[in-house]
Design a protein around this ligand. Structure first.
Ligand SMILES: [Zn+2]
Length: 278
């Protein structure tokens, strides 16, 4: 018998099956080869060694029809739907790539939408989830964005980035720290491609790692959270498939580089792209 599931936000019983991606975005999400999509997870020990053979499976159907049973109807139809409705026109303007000034209020709304999607999509493999239950609850109550989270936007839409989801998560500690007793992730990045819009969410629960300041130097990304200026101008110059992929893999590069002062205990990536470049 399946364990009774509770809502990841309000903890109430009676979760319902919900689409991960909203209806309005469905016509923007392209279909993969023969209507299938691929999921992958790579688990590493240390910097290069695989902990286990890579997990790969091909799922039938289109990724836009992906559903998860993790939230209750009250949350889904209430505050979550409010975020969905408020974010939709701004996301559509971003996807269209028309020049406009994204004001701080619009940045906040889009940040809330992306944070909500990240809370949900990381539950596709709950064992690798990185956000804390308290972070989800604070978000539900007061729209508080988790500490250590940074969001960047760009314009791509080339090949598989027109419809892609790529997640990297890791557990990191200082070399001088004792080995952790659990395997909960404290560092993750999620990259999402919806038509021409490229989204990069980076979250680190350990202070002073400096990943965000490195991404700030990239001319093809604009930061919408945390805001460091009054307005953000859209769009930045369009990036190629290769550049978007490099940004999406940025966290792994940092962890594997010799300059990093943190020792990664596990790195994994979990992707749901509709199609992958061979
Ligand atoms: Zn709920």
């Amino acid at each position: 018998m399946q364990a009774r599931k509770t809502c990841i936000f309000c903890n109430s019983h009676g979760v319902t099956k919900e689409h991960v991606w909203p209806q309005w975005a469905h016509n923007l999400i392209k279909s993969g080869p023969e209507g299938s999509y691929r999921e992958e997870a790579h688990i590493f020990i240390g910097k290069t060694q695989y902990a286990e053979p890579p997990f790969r499976r091909t799922r039938p159907g289109n990724v836009k029809n992906k559903t998860l049973r993790i939230v209750c109807a009250k949350c889904n139809n209430g505050w979550m739907n409010n975020i969905e409705q408020r974010a939709r026109p701004i996301l559509q303007a971003l996807i269209a790539g028309m020049p406009f000034e994204i004001n701080p209020n619009q940045c906040q709304i889009v940040t809330e939408w992306i944070t909500m999607k990240c809370f949900i999509t990381e539950q596709s493999r709950p064992i690798e989830a990185a956000f804390l239950p308290s972070e989800r609850q604070e978000f539900m109550k007061a729209r508080s964005i988790p500490r250590g989270l940074a969001i960047y936007l760009g314009l791509c839409g080339e090949d598989s980035w027109a419809s892609a989801y790529l997640r990297h998560s890791a557990q990191i500690t200082r070399p001088s720290d004792p080995a952790p007793t659990d395997n909960r992730r404290n560092l993750q990045s999620i990259s999402i491609g919806i038509a021409d819009l490229f989204i990069s969410m980076n979250h680190c629960q350990i202070d002073h790692i400096g990943i965000h300041t490195l991404l700030d130097k990239e001319q093809q990304l604009v930061r919408i959270h945390p805001l460091n200026q009054q307005s953000v101008y859209w769009p930045p110059s369009r990036m190629t498939w290769r550049q978007a992929t490099n940004f999406a893999n940025f966290q792994d590069k940092i962890l594997k580089s010799n300059s990093v002062q943190w020792h990664p205990l596990g790195i994994d990536s979990n992707k749901d792209p509709l199609k992958n470049r061979p």
